[in-house]
Design a protein around this ligand. Structure first.
Ligand code: NDP
Ligand SMILES: O=C(O)C1=N[C@H](C(=O)O)C[C@H](O)C1
Length: 269
């Protein structure tokens, strides 16, 4: 039996890639789609896949009501906007629909609230700041390197349509390093910023994050370690959003087996 999936943000850069992937994956079925435009129109026709007999619903709630009547679990994949993702996840959980979240920008308080909500509902929720395997490997290498380097800065580079800064991935990477229990970048001099923000944003444990936004970029991240006489640079580049799709499919297959909220692809590999 195939797993029914709702895609929220289906007309977006990621959403349309997810719709295409679901169509190509035999054990997944496109149950419904939501976006802010194109309501009542066939999603396949709109994104160049031919008619799929799935029209864009005006509201997520309409689809969740229908999903709640299904005998088998239904999954919601959200690639929308930091402003709307929290409400989408709350609604999905309330109707027993399992959320897989790619949208970044949830605050720590919102994440905690959603974790509590998932616990009460005894349901799995997956929040995945980055679905690419390359980023998981970069983060693991960064954790390893940070045992030996005391100085590190993160640079993330994205297309200029991105709403949130720093990226969810950069924040997650900084958090992973901060959790190792040491403070990075001990001051060498008294610094003065002649332009505010020149040294980037400061994440916990004094890890600096610099965000670059330019047309021509997709998604890229560098973690740069420094020590006397050497620089160790880890870099991940995406050239096609297809790189996220194996992770999205894995998360869809796993989320219904979980009973709580989990953050990070590395926890389900
Ligand atoms: N976890 C990961 O691996 C990745 C995460 N992302 C994240 O995913 C999110 C989406 O990225 P991307 O696809 O590039 O963004 P896009 O802007 O291309 O797509 C978002 C889509 O969602 C729609 N949308 C916005 N708000 C709502 C709403 N309330 N209800 C329904 N639809 C809505 C938008 O409509 P409209 O255009 O009308 O606003 C748009 O069609 C971002 O937070 C990004 O950071 C991106 C890549 C990978
Ligand atoms: O907006 C994007 O494009 C991306 N967003 C995610 C993030 O904020 O980390 C993942 C990836 O960097 C692409």
């Amino acid at each position: 039996m195939s797993m029914p999936v709702i895609v929220v943000g289906a007309l977006g850069k990621m959403g349309r890639e997810v719709v295409k992937t679901i169509q190509q994956t035999p054990d997944l079925e496109l149950y419904g789609v939501v976006d802010r435009t194109g309501q009542g129109e066939d999603i396949g026709s709109l994104i160049g896949l031919g008619t799929l007999d799935v029209v864009i619903s005006p509201t997520l709630q309409e689809l969740c009501v229908a999903a709640a009547q299904e005998k088998q679990p239904v999954v919601m994949v959200d690639f929308t906007h930091p402003n709307s993702v929290y409400e989408h996840v709350r609604m999905a959980i309330a109707y027993g629909v399992y959320p897989v979240v790619g949208t970044t920008g949830l605050s720590p308080a919102q994440l905690q609230d959603l974790a509590d909500f998932a616990d009460k509902a005894d349901m799995g929720v997956l929040i995945i700041p980055n679905f690419s395997i390359g980023m998981v490997l970069l983060q693991q290498a960064a954790i390893q390197a940070s045992q030996y380097f005391d100085h590190v800065e993160i640079i993330e580079l994205h297309h200029n349509q991105k709403a949130d800064a720093p990226s969810g991935t950069a924040l997650q990477t900084a958090q992973m390093l901060a959790e190792l229990g040491k403070t990075f970048n001990p001051a060498q001099v008294v610094e003065t910023e002649h332009l505010p923000g020149a040294r980037g944003a400061t994440a916990p444990e004094n890890i600096h994050i610099h965000s670059i936004r330019l047309p021509g970029l997709i998604a890229h991240q560098e973690v740069i370690f420094g020590a006397p006489g050497q620089i160790y640079t880890l870099r991940h580049d995406t050239s096609d959003r297809a790189c996220y799709m194996p992770g999205v499919v894995l998360a869809i297959r796993k989320v219904t087996q979980l009973k709580r909220l989990i953050v990070g692809l590395e926890k389900i590999l």
